[in-house]
Each structure stands twice: as structure tokens, then as C-alpha cells.
Design a protein around this ligand. Structure first.
Ligand SMILES: Cc1cc2nc3c(=O)[nH]c(=O)nc-3n(C[C@H](O)[C@H](O)[C@H](O)COP(=O)(O)OP(=O)(O)OC[C@H]3O[C@@H](n4cnc5c(N)ncnc54)[C@H](O)[C@@H]3O)c2cc1C
Length: 512
């Protein structure tokens, strides 16, 4: 029997998860990636002999990958070595005001009590209870569902579902909801920052996104060999299950014939026939025509005002001084509202940014790993990389402000030009075209935003979408869920003759 052929465009985490899941089901899978390595935003930057994780660094929801590997009869931990972190992150507002969040809720309650008083610790207890509930309500009908739907959310028992709706707090902003738990503005800022995990502002995102706090409490792991080890393990796993993964292959068109996706054409001119195609590029690129005019129908455009945040990152090897770093560290700006106003309303870099520092050679302990360490330093930025150049002077000014914020809070990192690589929204736009450098697809502003992300199936039969710009949203595990949903939808359609009539060109040869 000829096997059903699937082409996957892109080897971001969603594309790799689709490839892994479909190869495990015995389909004939080819992944086409225009870059030289797998992972997409899970990228490494080389500085001398150091390889620096320069995309995602916080790994959560390992169950997504445990389930994926288990479904293929494998054990995730045999392929990716994870170390749980006791300290989720260290937070600093000035040289003295510091607060750690722990994986252990009781330790965090104690730390918040010491930092801000018993009332705030009680607020945190209530916050934990409510964010757990939000997560539990949403996991099955929303996060695991292939399409976002209000009907799915309300469930079979529509009335009871409707009664549960207020519990997920879709109609209040995260910022106003946080005020009900925390009187201390520093704690509002700390927990409001979780909106940025979806590339959004806590002042505009629905309080539903507070569920990210619960996700982190369930566990944050570091990965031996860095996040890139995850991408490699997925690519190697897919290959060992029979998938072909080809790098340096840019897809320029999804071929559509009689209204169905029938394969792809590469920039080289090569055509590859397929029974189904999964596109793992940003949906903005699909809507922009990067895969041909007919394929544009598969996704609605993301207007620039609806884009999620971009970032400026510094991948650095340096010797730090003065601050007891942990693996994940956050140095807060003094005026969070002004920071988001700069980025979103004024379309400019924040005058005083909140700075995230991933000290990648560290874990939970005080011990410094040696003279020089690897860092990813990140500040949020507007997604305007398609209309703004970010020249050297502007980047230098931003560096002064960013490393100045660190210094005012006790951390001195003096990056040398030869030991630093900067990535701006313009660079992100080059790597992920038609996004302006937005790293998380559409922003999650307003309660309807989550329903505007496209699901796995598109209007074009045989063409599926997967990735952080699709449902259920951005972040490594969420994008992985979208990849799993795309694979599951595709398999379900393959076995349904109504939605998937056999094509004459099935099993066709690759032609140039
Ligand atoms: C700086 C940064 C920090 C982040 N921090 C975190 C974090 O700590 N934790 C977390 O969970 N998430 C984090 N994220 C978000 C997370 O990295 C992403 O949501 C996730 O990796 C997106 O995966 P994806 O499947 O959408 O694919 P992407 O990573 O977007 O990859 C898409 C792939 O498709 C390829 N492609 C595109 N067009 C074509 C074409 N025409 N032909 C062939 N190939 C093509 C691209 O080259 C790319 O490899 C961060 C992201 C960034 C950038």
C-alpha cells in the first residue's frame, strides 16, 4: 500500500511535533526547513566556542512531550534530560527588593509574606487557587482542542458551561484582576508579566492569561544541552520513525488543485506532491501570500496593531558581578504602564525596560559556574521590524538603558562587542517574514483574541496550520499542542472519505 504523503513546511517545534506524530502513525512525512538547523525560534547563537540559547529558555508543561513520545512507544526522558528548578525565577526592583518564586507553593507563600506581608501572602493563596481553576477549566475543551470555539468551551452542558465562564475571567483585564489579589504594585507587576509570555500587555490581556502562573507552578525545567536539545531530539525522533527532514529548503508555494492542497513548490523550482500539507510558518506569512495567492485564503491577515510583542535580545558571554543570579532573573522597570505605553501606543523602545536575564550556566544554587558565563538578555520591543531599521545608534542607546537597569538593581554585566550578538525586531522579521518581528502571532488583547487565532484545519482541504501563531497560542508547549492537533486533524480527515477524497496525483514524484 502506498503511504499517505505529508509535507510539513517549517521545523519549528509545532512542525517537528506534527512530523513526529505523523511518522509514528506510519505516514510518509517530509519536513522542509529553509534554515540550516531545526527549531525555528528555538535557536542557538554561537559566540566563540559557546552556544547560547537565544530563543525560549523557560521550559514548562513537559506532559505535552511525555504524551507525544509515549504515543510512539518511547520515553521522553530517554531522549531529553530535564532538571527541575526549585526557584522558578528571581525578581528584583532595586538593590534590596528581591523576591524568589518557588516551585513549592508553601515556600513562595512564605517568601511573599517576608517580602510584602501576611495580607499579600493570603492574596497569593487565593491567586494560586483561582489560576489552577482557570487552567483546569480550559485544558481539555480549549488548550487540547484543534480549533478555538466558544461552543467547545461551554461543553455539552451549555448552561453549566456558561456559569463557569466568569471563573476564567475573560472580561476583566489581567491588571485589574491582579489588584483583587495584591495591594503591592510590585506583585501586580510580577504576576502581570506573565501576559508577555503570550506577547501581550497585562493592561490589555484578559485575566484568563493568569493561568500561565499555574503552568509555571506545575514545573519549570532546564534542559541538558539547552533548549536546542529539544528541537534536535524531536527532529531525530521524527527521522528515526521514518520522516525525512531537509534543511536549506525554502517553500515558495503551496500547490492547490481543484480547491485542495496537493503539494508544494520550493524556491529552487522543485515540486513535491503530497496528500496533505502542514504549514508551520507564521500565519501572517500565509495571509501575506508567502505561499502563493491561492493559499492566502487559509489564514486571515494580522493587522500590525494586533501584532504581539517583539524583543531585542543580547546573547552574551561575560563575567557578571554584584548580583546573586539564578537561572531565570527579572529586573523590573519602575513604571510598567509607561513601558507598555512606549511599546504599544508609541511604537518605540521602552525608555526604561523590564529586563529578563537567563543565566544559562546556573541552576538553583549560589555557585558561579566559572569566570565567564552565557547569558540571554531580553527586553520587550514593538513588532515594527518591517518598517523600522534599528540602526547601530538606536541599538546602542537601548543597550545603555538595558544594562543600566541591571546595574541600578545590582548586576553588572559588561558585554564586549566581540562576545555579544544582538537581535532586533528587524532581524526577527527577516527570520520570520511578514511578522514585523512579532514573536507570538496575534496579541492576546481583549477577550475575543484567543478565538481569532486560526485552528489546525483551514478553508482549503488538505492544508493545515500549526505553530505559535495558531490556536492554542504561543510558547513551546502550546505550539507543540498545535502541532499535535494538526497531525490529529489530518489523520482524522484522511480516514474520512468525505473530507479527504483520494487525489489522482497521490504518491507522485518530485519534479524540477
Ligand atoms: C526570544 C524568544 C524568547 C522566548 N521565550 C520563550 C520561553 O521562555 N518559553 C516558551 O515556551 N516560549 C518562548 N518563546 C516562544 C516560543 O519560542 C515559540 O512560541 C515557539 O518556539 C514557536 O514555534 P513554532 O512551531 O511556531 O515555529 P517557529 O519557531 O516560528 O518556526 C517556524 C519555522 O518555519 C520555517 N519556515 C518559515 N517559512 C518557511 C518557508 N517558506 N519554507 C521553509 N521553512 C519555513 C522557519 O525557518 C522556522 O524554522 C520565545 C520566543 C522567542 C523568540
Amino acid at each position: 500500500m502506498p503511504r499517505d504523503r505529508v509535507v510539513i513546511v517549517g521545523s519549528g517545534v509545532a512542525g517537528l511535533v506534527s512530523a513526529f506524530a505523523l511518522a509514528a502513525r506510519g505516514l510518509d512525512v517530509t519536513v522542509l526547513e529553509r534554515a540550516a538547523t531545526p527549531g525555528g525560534k528555538i535557536r542557538e547563537v554561537a559566540i566563540g566556542s559557546s552556544r547560547i540559547d537565544s530563543g525560549p529558555t523557560v521550559f514548562t508543561m513537559r506532559w505535552v512531550f511525555d504524551e507525544l513520545f509515549a504515543a510512539a512507544g518511547r520515553n521522553f526522558s530517554d531522549h531529553v534530560r530535564l532538571q527541575p528548578l526549585d526557584i522558578l525565577a528571581r525578581h528584583a526592583w532595586d538593590e534590596r527588593a528581591r523576591l524568589d518564586l518557588f516551585a513549592d507553593e508553601a515556600r513562595t507563600i512564605e517568601a511573599i509574606g517576608d517580602f510584602a506581608g501576611a495580607g499579600e501572602a493570603n492574596g497569593y493563596r487565593a491567586f494560586c487557587r483561582d489560576t489552577k481553576r482557570i487552567y483546569e477549566i480550559l485544558e481539555k475543551p480549549f488548550l487540547r482542542a484543534p480549533q478555538p470555539s466558544m461552543g467547545g468551551l461551554l461543553g455539552a452542558d451549555g448552561f453549566r458551561g456558561l456559569m463557569r465562564l466568569p471563573q476564567i475571567k475573560p472580561f476583566s483585564s489581567m491588571w485589574s484582576a491582579l489588584a483583587k489579589y495584591f495591594a503591592d504594585p510590585r506583585l501586580r507587576q510580577l504576576f502581570g508579566r506573565y501576559a508577555t509570555y503570550c506577547g501581550s500587555s497585562p493592561f490589555l490581556a484578559p485575566a484568563t492569561l493568569m493561568l500561565v502562573a499555574h503552568v509555571e507552578r506545575e514545573g519549570v525545567w532546564s534542559i541538558d544541552g539547552g533548549m536546542h536539545a529539544l528541537a534536535s531530539a524531536l527532529a531525530d525522533g521524527a527521522k528515526s520513525l521514518g520522516a525525512a527532514v531537509r534543511f536549506g529548503q525554502e517553500v515558495s508555494e503551496v500547490l492547490i488543485s481543484c480547491g485542495r492542497a496537493t503539494g508544494v513548490r520550493l524556491a529552487s523550482g522543485e515540486r513535491i506532491a503530497a496528500d496533505a500539507v502542514i504549514v508551520n510558518a507564521d500565519v501572517g506569512a500565509v495571509a501575506d501570500g508567502a505561499f502563493g495567492i491561492p493559499a492566502r485564503r487559509a489564514a486571515a491577515a494580522i493587522p500590525s496593531r494586533a501584532r504581539s510583542l517583539s524583543a531585542i535580545t543580547w546573547s552574551v558571554v561575560a563575567k557578571p558581578e554584584g548580583f546573586p543570579l539564578r537561572r531565570h532573573n527579572v529586573f523590573f522597570s519602575r513604571d510598567y504602564a509607561a513601558e507598555f505605553d512606549d511599546i504599544l501606543a508609541r511604537d518605540r523602545l521602552p525608555r526604561e525596560p523590564t529586563v529578563y536575564v537567563c543565566a544559562q550556566d546556573r541552576g538553583d544554587s549560589d555557585s558561579a559556574p566559572g569566570d565567564h558565563e552565557r547569558f540571554l538578555v531580553l527586553v520587550n520591543a514593538p513588532a515594527n521590524g518591517d518598517r523600522h531599521a534599528y540602526d547601530a545608534a538606536e541599538v546602542e542607546q537601548c543597550a545603555q538603558r538595558t544594562f543600566g537597569v541591571l546595574e541600578q538593581r545590582g548586576l553588572r554585566i559588561q558585554p564586549q562587542a566581540e562576545a555579544t550578538q544582538v537581535t532586533t525586531p528587524a532581524d526577527f522579521n527577516r527570520m520570520f517574514p511578514a511578522t514585523g518581528g512579532a514573536l507570538y502571532g496575534r496579541s492576546s488583547h481583549g477577550w475575543t483574541a484567543s478565538f481569532q487565532r486560526p485552528g489546525a484545519r483551514t478553508k482549503i482541504p488538505g492544508l493545515y496550520l500549526a505553530g505559535g501563531s495558531t490556536h492554542p497560542g504561543p510558547g513551546v508547549p502550546m505550539a507543540a499542542l498545535s502541532g499535535r492537533s494538526a497531525a490529529a486533524s489530518l489523520v482524522a480527515d484522511l480516514i474520512s472519505p468525505k473530507s479527504f477524497p483520494r487525489m489522482a496525483m497521490r504518491g507522485g514524484m518530485s519534479t524540477r
